[in-house]
Each structure stands twice: as C-alpha cells, then as structure tokens.
Write a protein that binds this ligand. Structure first.
Ligand code: SAM
Length: 178
C-alpha cells in the first residue's frame, strides 16, 4: 500500500509544541503513516509523538528534517505525489477523486504550513488543496483531508501492538493494559 506522509512546516520551539504534537497525533489517528517536522529542531515533540505510537500501537513514525525543500524535491524526483493544504488552493471536493487515484498508485506527501508559508511551497506542490477557502488550522485541515482521502476507512483502522487499548463504552472509560 502506498504511504501517506505528512510534512509539517515552520515549527517554532517555545510556541508550537502543542499544535505540532496535535498535527502528529491527528496524522496518526486519521491514517497517515508518518510525520516529518521542519522548522526548529525539537526532539521533545518528535519523541512525544513517537511515545504515543509505542503506547497506543501502530507503526506511525515522527522525525525531523533540516531541509524540507530538498526533501520535497527528492520526493518529486522519485515520482511521488506532493499535496499542499492551503486555503488558496482548489476545493477538496473538486480534486478528491484525482487524489484518491493518486493515493492508490503512489506515495503521497501532504504538506501543512505553520504561521507563514514560503511562496515556493505552492510551486513545488503537484496539488494545492483547500479544505474550504476560509482560514482555520493545520490540524483541522489535515484531519478533514485525510478523512476524505481515505473515505472514512481510517476510522476502522486497527493500530496493532501498543501497551494500551480502549474498550469503547457508552459511558465512562475502560482501558486495557496489554
Ligand atoms: N497564513 C499562513 C499562510 O501563509 O498561508 C497559513 C496559516 S494557517 C494557521 C496554517 C496552515 O493551516 C496552513 O499553512 C494550511 O496548511 C492549513 N490551513 C488553514 N486553513 C486551511 C484551509 N482552509 N484549507 C487548507 N489548509 C488550511
């Protein structure tokens, strides 16, 4: 199965720990395979996302890149798809069929920005995709995008391994430690 890898741009130490962690956790929960974080190097954020995978299962991985432009260029040179989520792009509902075909046949890099996105991101991407043309958040954009990409199948995904599992309850909490 081709991979879906999220690239989170513009992480800032001291300001973005919580939101970058949430981008990573949303990426994992909504079916992506990996997150690569660019911007300030922040091993604590990478580690906290990887810790969640160890606890809750699955093979999701977080890592850091010093040079995201090279990473994107290499990705394209290897004929893998590059999608950039931006409010200025084409509406998700217009391009989703093409993107599902892409995802079925080749690995896909999904770029989400931070506070400022460099102009070249728009040029490097094969697809600039808007999840509404209104401003909101990288976590929301990514979650909705992945849910549409996988057409809801990610909700059934089983995260094998891990040390904890929730037994769903109508009320209260039940967690088993494995
Ligand atoms: N002002 C920034 C810029 O230069 O584009 C964007 C800031 S926004 C808080 C952070 C990220 O959330 C964006 O880079 C984009 O990836 C994502 N995002 C926010 N609204 C979006 C939308 N309507 N559609 C797709 N992605 C969106």
């Amino acid at each position: 199965m081709p991979l879906v890898v999220v690239l989170r741009l513009g992480h800032r130490v001291g300001r973005d720990e919580r939101i970058t962690t949430h981008v990573g956790l949303a990426a994992r929960a909504f079916g992506a395979d990996e997150i690569i974080i660019a911007g300030d190097r922040d091993d604590a954020v990478v580690e906290s996302i990887n810790k969640v995978s160890q606890q809750w299962g699955g093979s999701f991985k977080a890592s850091y890149t010093e040079n995201w432009v090279s990473l994107v260029k290499e990705w394209k040179n290897n004929n893998r798809a590059v999608v950039h989520l931006t409010m200025y792009g084409l509406p998700l509902q217009q391009v989703i069929q093409q993107l599902r075909l892409e995802q079925a046949s080749r690995d896909m890099l999904v770029i989400v920005g931070g506070p400022k996105v460099r102009a070249e991101t728009y040029r490097l991407a094969d697809y600039n995709v808007a999840v509404t043309n209104q401003p909101h958040s990288e976590v929301a954009a990514l979650a909705v995008f992945l849910d549409w990409l996988f057409a809801g199948r990610e909700l059934e995904k089983i995260h094998e391994g891990g040390r904890m599992r929730i037994i769903p309850q109508p009320r209260g909490k039940k967690v088993v430690h494995i």
